[in-house]
Design a protein around this ligand. Structure first.
Ligand code: PMV
Length: 323
C-alpha cells in the first residue's frame, strides 16, 4: 500500500489505508475485554509526503495537511497522524527534515469510523515510501499507536489493527486474529451528523469504572461474554442472535454513559424499521450507529428509514466479503 514516485525536482512518497467499524467491544476493549472490528475498504484515505525543499506546494485534494519539523505548524502538533509521522522520523533519524503531508480522505472525520488511525497509517506509509524504508506491520502499528494515544487519551489499538487488517478481526489486549463470518447479513451505518467525542468519552468511562471496581469487573465480564457469543454467532451465521448481541452491548454502553439522545433516536428508528439489532459504534457521544439487516436487500429499506428518521448520511457494508 505504499509507492515511491520521482517528480523532478521533488521526490514524493504515497500511502493508503482504510477506515473501520467496531461491531462490538468499544470502550471495554481499553480494559482488556475483546472487540470485533471490520475494515471498510470503501472508506479510503490517500496520503502524499514530500521533503520540503522550497518550491511549489504539493498538489492534490487537501482534506487535511500537516508539516513535521516546521515550527510554524503549531495547529497540527497534537493531531494523531502528525504525532505518528514525527515518531517515524525520530525512529529513522530524520527528525531534522521538514516533511509536508497531504491527505485525501473519504472517511467522515470524528464519526467513530477510524479516520484518525487510517490517516496516520496512510501518512506513515507515505513517509516510509518517501525514504524508501520497508515498514513491517508491527512497526507501523507501534508508530500509529503513538498518535492514537494522543487522539484517544488511551488507545486500545483496535482502530489501528482494523486499519491494517484485510478482513474482520477479533482484537484483545493488543493481539489480533482474523475471524470467520458465516452470514450474508449487512450492516447499515447511520450518522447522527454530530461529531463523536472519543477522547472525552474514554476519560469519562475510565472515571466511571474506577469509581466502582466491583461494578467495573461485572461490566467487563458481561462485555466479554457478549462479544464472545457474537463471534460464535458470526461464524455460524446466526444473524438473529447476532442482532440480540448488538442490543445487549448497547445497553452496556448506555450504562457507561456514552450514548446520546441522537444516537438513541436512530437506534429506535432502526428497530422500528425491522433491524435485527442496533447500537452505537466507536467512541460515542455523537458519531454513528450500526444496524444489522438480514440481507443486503433489507439493508436498503433500513437505510431509507434511517435517513427519513434524520440520519445525516447512511452507508451499507456487507459483513461477508469475497476473498
Ligand atoms: O476512534 P473511535 O471513536 O472509533 O473509538 C475507538 C474505540 C474506543 O474503544 C472508544 C477507544 C479505543 O482506543 O479502543
Amino acid at each position: 500500500m505504499t509507492g515511491v514516485r520521482s517528480t523532478t525536482p521533488f521526490v514524493t512518497g504515497t500511502g493508503r489505508a482504510h477506515g473501520k467499524l467496531i461491531l462490538l467491544g468499544e470502550h471495554t476493549v481499553v480494559y482488556g475485554a475483546p472487540a470485533i472490528a471490520f475494515p471498510i475498504p470503501e472508506f479510503r484515505v490517500d496520503a502524499v509526503a514530500r521533503v520540503r525543499q522550497g518550491g511549489p506546494d504539493l498538489d492534490g485534494p487537501r482534506d487535511y495537511r500537516f508539516s513535521c519539523g516546521d515550527p510554524d505548524d503549531v495547529e497540527s502538533a497534537e493531531s494523531g497522524p502528525r504525532v505518528a509521522v514525527d515518531e517515524a522520523l525520530r525512529r529513522w533519524q530524520r527528525s531534522g527534515d521538514v516533511i509536508d503531508v497531504v491527505l485525501s480522505c473519504d472517511i467522515p472525520p470524528a464519526r467513530g469510523l477510524g479516520s484518525s488511525a487510517a490517516c496516520a497509517c496512510a501518512a506513515v506509509r507515505a513517509t516510509a515510501a518517501l525514504y524508501r524504508r520497508p515498514i513491517d506491520q508491527q512497526s507501523l502499528y507501534d508508530i500509529v499507536q503513538c498518535g492514537e494515544h494522543i487522539a484517544h487519551g488511551r488507545a486500545s489499538g483496535v482502530d489501528t489493527s482494523a486499519a491494517l487488517a484485510a478482513g474482520p478481526i477479533w482484537f484483545q489486549a493488543g493481539r489480533t486474529r482474523p475471524i470467520v463470518v458465516g452470514t450474508d447479513a449487512a450492516l447499515v451505518i447511520a450518522d447522527t451528523g454530530m461529531a463523536a467525542a472519543t477522547k472525552r468519552a474514554v476519560a469519562d468511562v475510565r472515571a466511571t469504572l474506577l469509581r466502582d471496581p466491583l461494578r467495573a469487573r461485572r461490566l467487563l465480564d458481561r462485555a466479554t461474554a457478549v462479544t464472545t457469543a457474537a463471534a460464535e454467532d458470526l461464524a455460524l451465521g446466526r444473524a438473529t442472535a447476532l442482532g440480540r448481541r448488538l442490543v445487549e452491548f448497547q445497553l452496556l454502553l448506555d450504562e457507561l454513559g456514552v450514548s446520546t439522545p441522537e444516537l438513541d433516536r436512530l437506534i429506535t428508528a432502526a428497530h422500528d424499521a425491522g433491524a435485527l439489532g442496533a447500537k452505537l459504534t466507536g467512541g460515542g457521544r455523537g458519531g454513528c450507529i450500526i444496524a444489522l439487516a438480514d440481507s443486503p436487500y433489507s439493508a436498503m429499506t433500513l437505510s431509507e428509514h434511517l435517513r427519513a428518521a434524520g440520519a445525516a448520511a447512511t452507508w451499507t457494508v456487507p459483513i461477508r466479503r469475497p476473498l
